[in-house]
Structure formats: C-alpha cells, structure tokens
Design a protein around this ligand. Sequence first.
Ligand code: DGL
Length: 279
Amino acid sequence: MSLDMNLLDAQAPIGVFDSGVGGLTVVKEIMHQIPNERIVYFGDTARVPYGSKSKDTITRYSRQIAHFLETQKVKAIVVACNTASAYALEDLEKEISVPMIGVVKPGAKVATETTRNGKVGVIATEGTIGSKIYSQYINQITKDIKVIGKACPLFVPLVEEGLLQDPVTDEIARRYLAELIDIGIDTLILGCTHYPLIRSTIQKIMGDAVTLVNPAYETARELKELLEKRNLLNDKPILLGEDGHRFFVSDAADKFKVFANSILKYGILSAKVVDAGDY
Ligand code: DGL
C-alpha cells in the first residue's frame, strides 16, 4: 500500500465490486451491520461472467475497477466476488492505496466453525473451484476437513436473468448438487456472491441437515473490525434525502437498477455507466 493509512478519511465511502449483481448480497450485509457507511458499488455488467475467464483477465478487470474506485476516494475496497478474490486480491493488495478485503477467507473461516462431520462442500464458479482457494484456506486452519468443490457455471446467468424461483433453476441445481448430497456434506459454502440469491432453491435441494454458509455476513463483520482498528468507522448517519450510496455499472444501467432495488431496501434512483477499461 503506497498511501499513509492515517490520511484516509472516516467519512469516505467503501468501494465494493463484483462482475454484476452478485456483490449486492454483500452490500446488503454491509448496510445491515454498519449502516453509517456510504458505499460506492461497481458491477461489471458489460463483462460478466468472470467465472469462466482466465486469472490474467480477471486480474486486469479487477485492477481497472480498483483504480476507478480509488478515483471515488474510497477508504477501503471490498472485493465482493469470489472469483476476483481468488485470482486478483493477493496481487492488488500490494498495488492499491487503500485496504482491501475479499470474501473467500471469511467464508472459509465460518465453514470450519460450522461443520460437524468434516465434509464441507463449496459451490462456486469454474475459476474459484479451479483455484482450490477454499480448500487452501480451510486446510490452513485445519487439516481435518475434506473440501469438495463443485463448479456451477449456469447459476450466474440464471441469477443475472432474474430466474431466482424457477423450475429451470430447480432442475439445474438438482443436477449440480446431486454429488454433494451423495458424499454426505453437512456444510455448503455459497462460494459465489450470486448464489445467496437462489439460497432457498439450494437449501430445498440439500435438505435442512446441511448448513449453508454465506460469506457475506463474516465479510461485513471483518470489514467493520478493520475500520474499527484503523479508526475509520463513519459516525455520521445517512440522512433522509442524502444521496448516500452510489452505483456504477459498465452496461445496462436500468436493468441493474431494477434488480438492485429488488434486493436492497435502499431505493436506488440511478446507476451510472462507466467504462472500467478507461482506468
Ligand atoms: N459473483 C462472482 C463470484 O462471486 C462472479 C460470478 C461470475 O461473474 O461468474 O465469483
């Protein structure tokens, strides 16, 4: 990190980004746990999905977005995308001037605390599963847990198309999840920030004996802890009528706005289009 942390302003916003709408599941949790924080969100809707792209491409996209968020004078950046957390976070942390936090480490930690039989499933994009990052983090904490990964590439387009409760989503989920049911996992990490939006479908298929872990809760908790430690928590509540949060996308702003308003309690008036490639 090149800037002196003491120069960061507690009243500055938090930058949050994802390939599309998935990161809003993390935003929702941040708004709930630290409601005074202003958020600048970037959804890379022109380049979604990230999950099937290479590490180099995802690192380039993430770097551009982090640079854009720096221009918005954010005090911290949450990488609300598992694929970007797996592929790009380690490199970007060294280059970006503000603290960064990803979603994988927090999710891995919760899973180790949740499992009773030591069999943890992870569903995520091809990139996240291929990187084996969840098993690495989990096995850093304990070697006694077996981690079974399953890539679910069709989930992201289904969510982006709004098919949250739909027989097509049910059928695809049944196929993806069958082998995890056979193995007898008792904990399943939703290792893609889009997946909490189809949580009820996944829970129905896995059954009540399997605990679903949504890394968003722990990510927001760790963000709060980080801000507290650095004296960066915002103590000024967002006033009625204040344009507290700002939303940016790389394409299809109206579609994003409608979707975001169905997820968040905060009424989004507009989302601006920004070409992340310019940063
Ligand atoms: N929501 C992202 C993740 O957590 C990316 C999904 C995608 O674009 O493939 O991995």
